[in-house]
Design a protein around this ligand. Structure first.
Ligand code: UGA
Length: 441
């Protein structure tokens, strides 16, 4: 099938490359000429494991191309995906749909034969209706359907998630559109990936409900971890103990410094706004949004307490800056709250992140950026693990104890065992797990 993908951000680029890998003919379109030039030269705008190879293979085999010329990609496409950004609108928290509607208008003027326009961007309920109205108004003769096909890709694992999804959601109102999307996803369909076909509004809401549910799960375990700290229980064991119940499930029960990224913070806020507007608030999501905001701040208190009550004049080594591992994405990362707060309290920050430093340098100033974890800890009194990159999981703890002047390690991702850290001579502080020296009575 011939596919046009408007928007070469995270979703558009990964989806476009994966559709091409399924054997479809894909044109990725973006207005950003510099980005398209870079992609044509094989340079990726984001760090995503496996993406560069996937793009290169499909470009060289002639199934994937990049252009700024929307007309050339859209005119003969069977399916046009809208995968442009839907950032949080400044001031009110709603999703900003300017780019989605601009894309709809552009598509309307270009399509010739029957075309299916599919929103892949995360869009509030009712956006598909508006896209349909725009196309009808701009081009009353157009023969088209509008469908919703949300994505569930995780940054850092996006290609695997695309090729082995738990399900595919299709929101469409005609058999013709559903049949075309089944054909598009045939390689997965053959692997027995369930395809859930709903109306458009339901599909749009499924995306928000999925992200909000996962955010609630994280918010829940984070509060349970605080309770564990207060009563001397172990949150990892609580998570394991409840997660084995299949009704609960073990995933997304890792306590940490609060969720970040380009999706959960934005989508929970947008869902909350939609729900209030519809006079049907989802109060549990409102609560989690607020708790998650506070959580990043309370992490600062933890670090200060671990430092003995003050960080003024101290050098702190921060390991990991991105919102999660295997990405260079800094959006809503806990580091953006924690690092400036520590600096304001008089600490000087040394930092290392395997992929995020270029981006971090634009956002976090007056930080000494280091070449690796050991260089980062050199001269520091304590270290704080903010992101659980694999390369931080097996650091020599005895060497760490010898390097850090005050021997303090704050592990906000629970990647080390308290016993092992204690045995290595570190004063170890993690989330919701009693330290061996300080078990509750
Ligand atoms: C998330 C969803 O997982 C994807 O299914 C969805 O497609 C995507 O948003 C989106 O809407 O585009 P992503 O933001 O890439 O994906 O990352 P996650 O792996 O979900 O992590 C989000 C945040 O939650 C991170 O800050 C992570 O550290 C945190 N997290 C995750 C926890 O604190 N604990 C956990 O157990 C899991």
């Amino acid at each position: 099938m011939r596919v046009a993908m408007i928007g070469t951000g995270y979703v558009g680029l990964v989806s476009g490359a994966c559709f091409a890998d399924f054997g479809h003919e894909v044109t990725c379109i973006d207005k950003d000429a510099a980005k398209i030039e870079a992609l044509k030269a094989g340079r990726m705008p984001i760090y995503e494991p496996g993406l560069e190879d996937l793009v290169e293979t499909n470009v060289s085999q002639g199934r994937l191309s990049f252009t700024t010329d929307a007309a050339s990609g859209i005119r003969d496409a069977d399916i046009v995906f809208i995968a442009v950004g839907t950032p949080t609108r400044r001031g009110d928290g709603h999703a900003d749909l300017t780019y989605v509607y601009a894309a709809a208008e552009e598509i309307a003027g270009l399509i010739r034969d029957y075309t299916i326009i599919v929103t892949k961007s995360t869009v509030p309920v009712g956006t598909g209706d508006e896209v349909e109205a725009i196309i009808k108004k701009t081009n009353p003769d157009a023969d088209f359907d509008v469908a919703s096909n949300p994505e569930f890709l995780r940054e850092g694992a996006a290609i695997g998630d695309f090729k082995r999804p738990d399900r595919i959601i299709v929101g469409a109102h005609t058999e013709r559109a559903v049949a075309a999307l089944r054909e598009l996803y045939r390689p997965l369909y053959l692997n027995e990936t369930p395809m859930v076909v709903t109306d458009r509004r339901t599909a749009e809401l499924i995306k928000y409900a999925a992200n909000a549910f996962l955010a609630v799960k994280i918010g829940f375990i984070n509060e349970i971890s605080d309770l564990c700290d207060a009563v001397g229980a172990n949150v990892q064991q609580v998570a394991h103990g409840i997660g084995l119940d299949k009704r609960i499930g073990s995933k997304f029960l890792h306590a940490g410094p609060g969720y970040g990224g380009s999706c959960f913070p934005k989508d929970t806020l947008a869902l909350s706004k939609t729900a209030h507007q519809a006079n049907s608030p989802v109060t549990i999501v409102d609560t989690v949004v607020e708790a998650n905001r506070r959580r990043k701040e309370t992490m600062v208190d933890r670090i200060v307490n671990a430092a003995g009550g003050s960080v003024a004049g101290k050098q702190i080594a921060v390991l990991g800056l991105t919102f999660k591992p295997n990405t260079d994405d800094m959006r809503e990362a806990p580091s953006l709250i924690i690092v400036p707060a520590l600096q304001q309290m008089g600490a000087s920050i040394r930092a290392f992140d395997p992929e995020g430093m270029e981006e971090a340098q634009k956002l976090l100033t007056a930080v000494t950026y280091c070449d690796n974890a050991w260089a980062c800890m050199e001269g520091a009194v304590m270290a704080v693990i903010l992101t659980e990159w694999d390369q931080f999981r097996a650091l020599d703890l005895e060497r760490m104890a010898a390097t850090l002047k005050d021997r303090v390690l704050v592990d906000l991702r629970n990647i080390y065992s308290p016993q092992e850290a204690d045995d290595s001579g570190l004063s170890y502080h993690s989330i919701g797990r009693p330290s061996p020296g300080k078990a509750a009575d």
